[in-house]
Design a protein around this ligand. Structure first.
Ligand code: KMH
Ligand code: ZN
Length: 273
């Protein structure tokens, strides 16, 4: 059994979840700041951050990110990881905008896949460009793996000098159109990681808690949040992200995984600030 400190990341907002689906989705900068404090108090160390326009539509606008991060920083020391994935229709220029704020960390998706009825497009030139900006600004990437072949892309990107191990990965499992979510697949993914890697799992939809439990048992880290799943149990909406975090901290307690402090998380993730 693993007892290394557990990092819980909260994908609190996302680009696809709507207020029609759940009234608990934070949208404004103040709501995101309040939510960040609630999830930190509940035991999370990191927020995976998307932001929204006032009408609730997703945006990668730098100033909207700036305001949300300011509200987060007023209230909590949680690690901020901005999304560079944005929403499926966004251009590379839009997606890169939050990197101009020099966040501690940013997501970096390393391949293209179906995403429900859409395509999440990440051609190599876009990956190289986002990775280069992150390198120039000392922003640590979280490598998002939506499908198995993405790990082969990582090998290529390392060979080309675009990515430099050791790296932190997030296995996004259960997106319709990309890879599924099960124990054997997770073992396979872990077996294919470059040496020295750290990893977390984001189980999507009904896979969220099942995959979280497996990740905790195998010594990995966990991502939950309304971006990935809005239910606390079948047919029952989570009353916010903190309730999802609480379910993970209960699991961690049962499985003897201590929660990481912010300092421990920064060390594990090799953050520069
Ligand atoms: N919204 C998805 C299309 C990321 O944040 O890096 C992409 C996404 C990945 O959420
Ligand atoms: Zn995201």
């Amino acid at each position: 059994m693993n007892n290394n400190p557990l990092i819980i990341t909260v994908a609190a907002v996302g680009a696809e979840t709507t207020r029609e689906q759940t009234p608990y989705l934070p949208i404004t900068a103040e709501e995101i700041g309040e939510e960040a404090k609630r999830v930190r108090d509940a035991g999370a160390c990191m927020i995976h951050l998307h932001v929204r326009n006032e009408d609730g539509t997703p945006t990668q606008n730098r100033e909207v990110f700036r305001r949300a991060i300011e509200e987060i920083r007023k209230r909590t020391d949680i690690i901020v990881q901005v999304s560079t994935g944005g929403a499926v229709w966004m251009t590379a220029d839009e997606r890169a905008q939050p990197l101009e704020l020099n966040p501690q960390m940013a997501s970096l998706t390393v391949g293209t896949c179906n995403f429900g009825d859409e395509v999440f497009s990440n051609p190599f030139p876009l990956i190289r460009r986002l990775a280069q900006i992150m390198r120039e600004r000392d922003i640590v990437p979280e490598i998002e793996i939506f499908d198995v072949g993405f790990l082969d892309n990582v090998r290529l990107l390392i060979k080309q000098g675009v990515l430099a191990p050791p790296l932190h990965f997030d296995f996004v499992m259960g997106v319709p159109g990309a890879m599924g979510a099960d124990d054997a697949l997770l073992d396979f993914l872990i077996s294919r990681l470059p040496e020295g890697s750290t990893w977390s799992v984001a189980g999507v939809g009904r896979f969220e808690f099942m995959m979280a439990e497996l990740a905790i048992k195998k010594g990995g880290h966990v991502r939950v949040g309304l971006e990935d799943n809005i239910y606390i149990e079948k047919g029952v909406l989570a009353k916010g992200n903190a309730e999802l975090v609480k379910k993970i901290t209960d699991m961690a307690k049962d499985l003897n995984r201590p929660l990481a402090t912010i300092e421990e998380a920064k060390k594990i993730l090799r953050l520069k600030r």
